[in-house]
Design a protein around this ligand. Structure first.
Ligand code: 15L
Length: 270
């Protein structure tokens, strides 16, 4: 399938540019910067597959990369807290531009990189399902929750199939107690997006983006039902991580989905 990735030069973007290609897709990307592919994926086709342009302003470039695609993976955004206006711009306005271009070009499917912080203030009481209400922990999460609502609107109004991925902690390896539950490995990120792109019928889905972590408490059943078969488990690093004494911050991080984002100052970039 022909897949276009916005935010292709970011950590997740570079991983997907290489991984989805290895999975057999014709992958193009767009980003404001021309970052190199990851070391693990030295790629001589990178330069010709990525367009360097700002999707927030470059109408022609956005139209060119979206037209003819079978699916768009929309990652482009500031991936952390910002002031309120920037959060609305980077998540809501940019996502609207992408969805509107998909509608105009007849692109049938979008995979949207949402975040667990769209529901970050949900307390850790039981299994976290896709039925919890939007419960952001920062303006970052407000932007993600609002962009999920836009995706829902474009599904209902225009029939675009959308997966909103509430991504956990995308890291090479887990580095904290919280990440023993919330880790998404690079290889599983590729598997998750590949499942969303190739599943015969996607509809509108809200999915949690984590690996098959032993300590996970976010519901993977809807993603598995679409074909996601995660292979990695943060437990491999549990002994090493748990060997350091638990801190007050670790304890507080375990109380809510979003961990420390529930306590950081609102509107202050990190
Ligand atoms: C996110 O959405 C952020 O982009 C990332 O920096 C991490 O904070 C991650 O969530 C997480 O919750 O670990």
């Amino acid at each position: 399938m022909r897949v276009t990735i916005t935010g292709a030069a970011g950590d997740i973007g570079r991983t997907l540019m290489a991984g989805l290609r290895e999975a057999g897709h014709d992958v193009r990307g767009i980003d404001r910067v021309a970052a190199e592919p990851t070391d693990a994926h030295a790629d001589h086709t990178w330069g010709e597959r990525i367009t360097v342009a700002d999707i927030g302003t470059a109408d022609d470039a956005l139209e060119a990369v979206i037209s003819g695609a079978d699916a768009i993976v929309h990652l482009a955004a500031v991936p952390h807290e910002t002031d309120f206006e920037t959060a609305i711009d980077t998540h809501v306005r940019l996502t609207h531009r992408v969805l509107e271009q998909c509608r105009a070009a007849g692109v049938p499917r979008v995979v949207y990189a949402s975040s667990n912080h769209a529901v970050g203030f949900t307390p850790r009481t039981e299994l976290l399902t896709d039925q919890v209400r939007p419960r952001p922990d920062m303006y970052y999460g407000v932007g993600k929750a609002a962009a999920e609502a836009l995706c829902s609107l474009f599904h209902d109004r225009h029939g675009i199939e959308v997966a909103c991925l509430r991504i956990g902690s995308f890291l090479e390896r887990p580095t904290s107690r919280r990440a023993l539950s919330t880790w998404l490995s690079p290889a599983d990120a590729v598997r998750l997006v590949d499942a969303c792109v190739t599943t015969p019928r996607l509809g509108f889905a809200v999915l949690y983006g984590i690996s098959a972590n032993t300590r996970a408490w976010w519901d993977l059943a809807p993603a598995r039902a679409l074909g996601y078969a995660p292979q990695d488990d943060a437990e491999r690093w549990a002994a090493e991580i748990l060997a350091t004494p638990e801190t007050e911050q670790d304890r507080l991080d375990a109380e809510h989905v979003g961990g420390e984002f529930t306590r950081l100052p609102l509107g202050v970039p990190r």
